[in-house]
Write a protein that binds this ligand. Structure first.
Ligand SMILES: Nc1ncnc2c1ncn2[C@@H]1O[C@H](COP(=O)(O)OP(=O)(O)O)[C@@H](O)[C@H]1O
Ligand SMILES: [Mg+2]
Length: 466
């Protein structure tokens, strides 16, 4: 089988939404992996962050695979935040996949297929390939426009310090030259196989050409020798990408739509064999990445046995799990276990504990969040919000930031004051108050048996007579 690994450029969107963890840009550690009190958007939770730093180091060394770590702690204590910080600190070459336990059940795939895909998305294969490039300084680009304007033709004159050649240009090349805004005096590299053009910089001989300079113009030497050179390029793809590219029914587009369906086991076997071969031949390197499974207690016993087996596999990432459960039932069984995980899985996991925050930590996190959402809070407002955060949860308090801001805007103020926080606290319930409300008004809701009583008075009367 011919296994292809041509990487597909991912569609990166420029949208930058403000999400729950968008303020976090790393674990906030110093060079010795010691946690700083407040850095990279991370505050407090020092022990857990130090532990995460050690795991980070192990991942970066790329020497271990098939290990599991469990982040355990009460809700809203930064378990997901720490995993996100860790993912930000990993280089671009280390794949990081994040799933929520419950997701496994909602995909249109079997549980094990969904898990297999998640595992294989988290394993990077660094592939070395030799490609032929044309590298030189652009002397002249000449484009002849046809009268009808449709088909374009042209010539590209390109040189090294030793030679100069003229290439014929077709439509596609002309378009990419224009897209990359290539002009005479640029040093460019053209991949002969794909036709991809990259601009390496401006020639030093053009350093006085102010017209063609931007603030970040990079100057490079005009290459020497032959125009055509062979170079080794390295690209990293995930095992899952290789699966998708090579499973015939899917094809390239499947990667973009995200709709990959089930991948046949034979395809995976063949790919595993091929990758192992490449590794032997020194053509490929395996980089175990990270698979983060949030709310892992939502998985059931079948998924847990899958995890146990997959961790033993030759190609296995590092699995980081998070849970807020204490002693609780393992889904799909009738017995209880710490964190809702089976003992054999717990046994192979190292456990990181997160602790409840002090009110100072909460204040700092909320202050970071308000900056992230570009909301100005008065000192009083932040103090009240912190109090709410300590009594309910950070998540609830931080949700109040944006609603309070809307309330402030309505009264034409740019700053959120204590009264705006009060109003939003009354308007939007936290979970405790919501539960209390439900208990007080139980009869107005549909119960487990599907019974609903719209007329509360009648119900009350009936209960009296019973
Ligand atoms: N140590 C921290 N530093 C900065 N922000 C934090 C920290 N811990 C939690 N947060 C933020 O508080 C909110 C709740 O934390 P989260 O990680 O979702 O909690 P958990 O996953 O433990 O339930 C998130 O917006 C998160 O980014
Ligand atoms: Mg979480």
């Amino acid at each position: 089988m011919n296994v292809s690994t041509t990487s597909v450029e991912s569609l990166s969107s420029d949208l930058s939404l403000i999400s729950a963890h968008s303020h976090i840009s790393g674990l906030g550690l110093d060079d010795n992996l010691q946690p700083r009190a407040n850095s990279q958007g991370m505050v407090g939770q020092l022990k857990a962050r130090r532990a995460a730093g050690i795991i980070l180091k192990m991942i970066q060394q790329g020497k271990i695979a098939g290990r599991a770590a469990l982040i355990a702690g009460p809700p809203s204590t930064g378990k997901t935040a720490i995993a996100m910080g860790l993912s930000q600190s990993l280089g671009d070459d280390v794949p990081f996949t994040s799933i929520a336990g419950s997701e496994i059940f909602s995909l249109e795939l079997s549980k094990t297929e969904a898990l297999t895909q998640a595992f294989r998305k988290s394993i990077g294969i660094k592939i070395k390939e030799e490609t032929e490039l044309i590298e030189g300084e652009v002397v002249e680009i000449q484009i002849d426009r046809s009268v009808t304007g449709g088909h374009k033709q042209g010539k590209l004159t390109i040189k090294t310090t030793d030679m100069e050649t003229i290439y014929e240009l077709g439509n596609k090349m002309i378009e990419s030259l224009q897209r990359e805004k290539i002009i005479a005096g640029d040093i460019i590299s053209i991949d002969k196989a794909s036709g991809k053009i990259s601009k390496l910089g401006r020639s030093f001989t053009r350093a006085r050409d102010y017209d063609a300079m931007g603030p970040e113009t990079k100057f490079v030497q005009c290459p020497e020798g032959e125009l055509q050179v062979r170079k080794e390029v390295v690209h990293t793809v995930s095992l899952h990408e290789i699966d998708v590219i090579n499973s015939r029914s899917q094809g390239f587009l499947a990667l973009f739509s995200g709709d990959t369906g089930e991948i046949r086991a034979e395809v995976r076997d063949q790919i595993n064999t091929k990758v192992a071969e490449w590794k032997e031949e020194g053509k490929a390197e395996i980089c175990p990445g990270v698979l983060f499974i949030d709310e892992v207690h939502m998985l059931d016993i079948e998924c847990f046995s899958y995890l146990n087996r997959a961790l033993e596999d030759e190609f296995s990432p590092i699995v980081i799990m998070a849970t807020n459960r204490g002693i609780s039932k393992i889904r799909g069984t009738s017995y209880k276990s710490p964190h809702g995980l089976p003992m054999d899985l717990l046994d192979r996991s190292i456990i990181i504990r997160t602790e409840c925050y002090s009110s100072l930590d909460i204040q700092q996190i909320l202050s970071i969040r308000s900056k992230e959402e570009e909301v100005d809070l008065t000192e009083d407002a932040l103090a009240l919000l912190t109090k709410i955060g300590t009594e309910t949860s950070i998540r609830y308090a931080s949700n109040l930031i944006s609603v309070s801001n809307q309330i402030a805007i309505k009264r034409r103020s740019n700053t959120v004051g204590i009264e705006d926080i009060k109003k939003s606290y009354i308007l939007f319930l936290d979970s405790d108050r919501s539960v209390q409300f439900l208990e007080d008004n139980r009869l107005q809701y549909i119960d487990d048996q599907g019974n609903v009583n719209l007329n509360v008075d009648v119900v009350a009367d009936k209960m009296d007579t019973d």
